[in-house]
Design a protein around this ligand. Sequence first.
Ligand SMILES: C[S@@+](CC[C@H](N)C(=O)[O-])C[C@H]1O[C@@H](n2cnc3c(N)ncnc32)[C@H](O)[C@@H]1O
Length: 186
Amino acid sequence: MGIFIILTIVIIVILYIFSSPTLSPIPYFPSQKVDIPLIIKALNLTNNQTVIDLGAGDGIVIFAAAQEALKKKLNTKFIAIEINPVLLLIMYIKKIFHPNRKNIKIVYADMFKLNFKKLLTFDFSLLTFYLYISPWFLKKVITNINSQLATNKQQLTIVSYMYTIKSLKEKERIIQGKNKIFVYQI
Ligand SMILES: C[S@@+](CC[C@H](N)C(=O)[O-])C[C@H]1O[C@@H](n2cnc3c(N)ncnc32)[C@H](O)[C@@H]1O
């Protein structure tokens, strides 16, 4: 009986976290597994690069990309930004068992309030953002990235899963998977 009550409370808390507009303003949908190899191709992994997944979910992209970087003996760094505590917990657990964990950082933060310069305490001349967020939030995030980073000397690439970024249309390259992957080199 006691266990049943605890389980019910845990389920209610998890449901609340996933449906709360504060704790999960953008609903959690993982990138499609079948598209992961193409997403990794779009990230164009290389040495001295930092890849940031804004709203990383359970880390499906970050962990697969970190695995690939390790395979290629690259020193690429990966940062997973997430606001949902349940997904953060899943990522922390996954990180413990990941062979390239030293290059993976998991950060509890709101992507709309993120201070990129505080986050990137090392050389970040090659910066790649991965985004799988609703189109109406994409604009807000791109504005934030531009306002904080556009005047710096780093090479900035944005990879957007499924959704085009209208303001960057002239720089758009499309990789066709099950869903489209939009790549912008800024
Ligand atoms: C569509 S999912 C994408 C997950 C992951 N990037 C992937 O491709 O599988 C969007 C993610 O953004 C997270 N999220 C929503 N609002 C956020 C915010 N303000 N700051 C950080 N993460 C947020 C959600 O919890 C969710 O995991």
